[in-house]
Design a protein around this ligand. Structure first.
Ligand code: DAK
Length: 261
């Protein structure tokens, strides 16, 4: 792989988009490599994933404008499909994904962070959807996921004005959950991922699926989705162990790791 690195740290996987000369912009090769990397993750051992960008300046500065500039209509559609398929794969990955946004997250960069479950960022992070200033619409789900995350009014303002926002504003509007000094960002992302990884993995996965799938349908259907995924947990050994541990009155007992069974 030329532009993607993958590191396995116990139960946490870390994907780094590594194309710093172009501020980690997404060209076709980056998208292909990201797709391949997502396919290769061992979901039996990996319980949370972190996505970040190489360097201290940029998370992802968007889709590659140089590559896009000469596309024909058909090529533009193919590029858009490639991006959308990878972003959707990230969004529907069974395990939680944390975006550790370490700088610019513009256009496709903001959109890829929105495909992750949770966003945290460094103090120098900048978010925005500059597409209308380039003569295009956001094409990797920005018109859809931004509105679902920060609300319709704020998403429309960001997209129509193409104005970038800094980390404190991203925090205020709920685009990120927390802001950290750059040097603490990855440690904080790993701490968050470890906290998630300690919980029962089947239950965590079912929560992700219940939230994501439930948001696509009305409340009557959404609670049925939740009921089914709740019921499924009772077929797991982790549910039996987790509840038995709580009910056991022996004060000296030590909680064992969940087995993902
Ligand atoms: N693409 C390609 N190269 C990029 C890039 C990008 N998005 N962003 C930066 N670079 C490159 C620069 O060209 C420069 O390369 P060299 O000149 O050194 O070879 C290098 O990275 C460093 O950038 P700067 O010299 O510009 O660095 P500065 O600190 O001065 O400025 C910046 C940083 C992030 C403010 C600036 O680079 C910038 O404004 N970049 C562009 C940000 C942007 O507009 N991003 C959104 C791209 S549009 C669709 C599918 C997808 C999309 C749309 C539709 N369909 C399916 C319909 C997605 C669209 C986008 O993401």
């Amino acid at each position: 792989m030329e532009f993607i690195t993958f590191e396995q740290k116990d139960q946490i996987g870390i994907i780094t988009i590594n194309r710093p000369k172009a501020l980690n912009a997404l060209n076709s090769q980056v998208l292909d490599e990201l797709n391949e990397t997502l396919d290769s993750i061992d979901l039996n051992t990996t319980r949370a994933l972190i996505l970040t960008g190489a360097g201290e300046k940029s998370f992802v500065a968007g889709a590659d404008i140089g590559e896009m500039s000469t596309l024909t209509k058909a090529e533009g559609e193919a590029f858009g499909k490639k991006g959308n398929d990878v972003f959707r794969k990230l969004e529907t990955l069974p395990i939680p994904v944390i975006a550790a946004v370490n700088g610019f997250a513009l256009g496709g960069g903001c959109e890829i962070s929105l495909s992750c479950d949770i966003r945290i960022c460094s103090e120098n992070a900048v978010f925005g959807q500059p597409e209308v200033g380039l003569g295009i619409t956001p094409g990797f789900g920005g018109t859809q996921r931004l509105a679902r995350t920060v609300g319709v009014g704020m998403a429309k303002q960001m997209i129509y004005t193409a104005r970038n926002i800094k980390a404190p504003e991203a925090l205020r509007i709920g685009l990120v959950n927390a802001v950290y000094p750059q040097e603490e960002l990855m440690a904080q992302a790993e701490k968050l991922a470890s906290t998630i990884a300690k919980n029962a993995p089947i239950a965590v996965r079912n929560c992700k699926k219940a939230i994501n799938d439930g948001l696509q349908v009305d409340m009557d259907q959404a609670i049925v989705i939740e009921e089914k995924l709740f019921g499924d947990c009772f077929e797991s050994e982790d549910q039996k162990y987790g509840m038995a541990f709580f009910l056991d009155k022996n004060k000296d007992k030590v909680k064992e790791p969940f087995q993902n069974k």
